[in-house]
Structure formats: C-alpha cells, structure tokens
Ligand binder design. Sequence first.
Ligand SMILES: [Zn+2]
Ligand SMILES: [Zn+2]
Ligand SMILES: [Zn+2]
Length: 167
Amino acid sequence: MTENATPKTTAKSPVGFGKHDHAHCKTYGLSRAEAVCEAAGVQFTPIRRRVLEILLEAHEALGAYDVLARLSAEGLGSKPPVAYRALGFLVDNGLAHRIEKLNAYIACAHPGEAHDAAFMICRACGTVAEAEPRGLFKRTAGEAGFQIETLVIEAEGLCPDCGEASV
Ligand SMILES: [Zn+2]
Ligand SMILES: [Zn+2]
Ligand SMILES: [Zn+2]
C-alpha cells in the first residue's frame, strides 16, 4: 500500500514531529483537560494535572514507572497505584493514550474528542506523533460487515529529523 494510493482525507495532520510551538501543545492540552473534566463532572485533581503536565513535556511516551519516579521526586506519591490511577483516569477521559508496543503513555494531541488514534513511533529519538487512522482500513472492515470496536495502529520507523540524519 503506497501513500499515494490512499485518498485524501480531512484528517488532522500528525502532531509531534518537526519544529512547532510546543508551548502551545502544553497549554492547549491542559486547558482542554480542564474543560473536559468540568463537562464530565469529574475532578481534575492536582495529581492528575501533574501527571498530564509530565506527559505533555515532550512528544514521548513515558512508562508508569517513569511517571511515578517524577511524582515521588516531587513528593507527590511513591506508590505505584498513585501513578496507575492517574494515568488510567487520563486515558479513560480521552486525555492520554496507552501505547501498547512501548507499554507507555502519551498525552493526547486532540484531547477530549472521542477518536481512534494511530501512532508513529521514531525508533531513533523516541518521538511519538499522533495521527488519525486513515479511513481505508475502516472502510474495508465496514464493507466486510465487521464492526470495529477498538483499533490500535502503532507504526515504528524514523521521524523526519532522524530520517534525514541517516542519509
Ligand atoms: Zn508539541
Ligand atoms: Zn488522541
Ligand atoms: Zn526521530
């Protein structure tokens, strides 16, 4: 399947690669999280906020124990359930995703909108960009009468920066 063969879609462009205003990613992520929690009537507790801030620092997936190490260094908690519960909350509320392949978590690039996500994971620098899955597979499944409930797309490769460096 070549990229050219896929029809143009209106999918949002991947967020994470290349130079961009990352301060915007952070403030956007946090403000969306506040709005999502308020709308859902759930509490955006200091620890949930801090865990999201940690995830938002870079477009890199962090394991639960990395997050826990940060929390514990900051005196916010040292028991694994503290980190797992906060991460679970973020995932359940569409504010973060779990990357199966890395057994790690990443802040959502389009928080609060229910969506399937596809991830491009750079094997050299660890950057993870989130994109919306292409419609092709979903259409094929639809034509086969298959109802997709969960769709996990995790691609590994080289990001634009690392790809260039290796030439
Ligand atoms: Zn960013
Ligand atoms: Zn997302
Ligand atoms: Zn890279």
